[in-house]
Design a protein around this ligand. Structure first.
Ligand code: TRP
Length: 349
């Protein structure tokens, strides 16, 4: 593996490493998003390969159409949160999907490559369409082909995502393989998923077996990136635990999902291993550990929420960043789309 490879992954030498990920502007970032995805995206920013982060506003309207003002607001909030968390728009290409029309243009080609049978097998389609598939939008059905276009439009080689997106990445590979095979080329790379590890998965504060999520009806189940110090302290104080003291070794967290979750969160925020944390806090009761955790969370999150709030007062600043990101994205995307059209036989004047 050369120095230019993103950690832990290998790629075909024909394609230079390029990281791409898409983020849904579904409103409100949680500590789970921060420790699970954002921090990883920040760490992947490097001098010797590109990182492209795309706010997928076109995907955001597939399940249902949103209030236009809410979509605008959520898009800007997400961008503000990412920048405040350390995504550097001069290092990474940060933009929103709809500003680079090539995404939908390549998606059309992929709509004609992908098979209906492949789409019907997608668990996200089955979950989101629910019982009434006839009434789901055509966009929801085609969602994975647009996602494949997002990735392959940049010849991205590495795609960091959560476990739930694995099937979509396999479909992206199938689309690339079928396109390459049908047209007798090796134009599209076979993308490597970089799946988020269980260790970085942040669970609900009310139920250690459920993922922390902004869609959980209980606000006490999550720490929002915009929560103030008092709210964070209160949520941590009320977090579900068990009556025992903290163990001194990681094995002691087995079958104690709530205890494990709080220790994992502490370790991730402190950028320490779970073992190192337990060496310090082993033997302490939760009544002592919880204030340590909320102090650390406040210390780490308050600069981020402060900067997010500041940016949100200047939406024009955010929009200029997105415009600049879209311009840079287009520089990569335009020739790849042009070449795809050429391979397919579209006459280009
Ligand atoms: N489907 C992804 C999610 O819900 C978002 C997404 C859209 C994406 N396009 C992408 C992720 C391309 C990675 C690469 O999380």
């Amino acid at each position: 593996m050369t120095a230019a490879q993103p950690e832990g992954v290998q790629t075909s030498p024909a394609f230079t490493p390029r990281v791409f990920s898409g983020i849904q502007p579904s409103g409100g970032l949680t500590l789970g998003n921060y420790l699970g995805a954002i921090k990883r995206f920040v760490d992947m920013q490097a001098d010797d390969f590109e990182t492209i982060y795309c706010v997928v506003d076109l995907h955001a309207i597939t399940a249902k159409l949103l209030e236009p003002d809410a979509l605008r607001q959520q898009t800007r909030e997400l961008v503000a949160g990412y920048i405040a968390s350390g995504i550097d728009p001069t290092k990474s290409i940060l933009f929103n999907q709809s500003q680079v029309v090539e995404h939908t243009q390549l998606a059309w080609i992929f709509n004609c490559v992908a098979r209906v049978g492949w789409m019907k097998r997608m668990t996200q389609w089955k979950d989101k369409a629910g019982k009434n598939q006839e009434n789901a939008s055509l966009g929801l059905f085609a969602y994975p082909a647009l996602m494949a276009a997002d990735i392959l439009l940049y010849h991205a080689t590495h795609v960091p995502v959560g476990e739930d997106q694995k099937q979509h990445l396999e479909l992206t590979r199938d689309i690339a393989i079928k396109f390459n095979h049908d047209y007798g080329t090796e134009f599209f790379p076979i993308t490597e998923p970089v799946i988020e590890g269980a260790a970085t998965r942040v669970m609900s504060l009310r139920d250690g077996s459920k993922k922390m999520s902004k869609s959980d009806p209980s606000d006490a189940s999550r720490i929002n990136m915009t929560d103030d110090a008092d709210t964070i302290a209160q949520k941590v104080r009320k977090a579900k635990t068990d009556p025992d003291a903290l163990p001194s070794e990681a094995e002691g967290l087995e079958r104690r999902p709530e205890a494990r979750n709080l220790v994992n969160i502490y370790a991730a925020l402190a950028e320490q291993s779970v073992e190192a944390v337990l060496r310090d806090v082993g033997g302490k009761p939760f009544s002592e550990f919880k204030p340590m955790l909320s102090d650390l969370a406040v210390e780490r999150l308050s600069p981020i929420s402060g900067e997010t709030a500041r940016l949100m007062l200047h939406p024009d600043e955010i929009d200029a960043i997105l415009r600049g990101g879209a311009d840079r994205a287009r520089e990569i995307a335009t020739p790849i789309l042009k070449k795809t059209y050429d391979i397919v036989g579209m006459v280009q004047g």
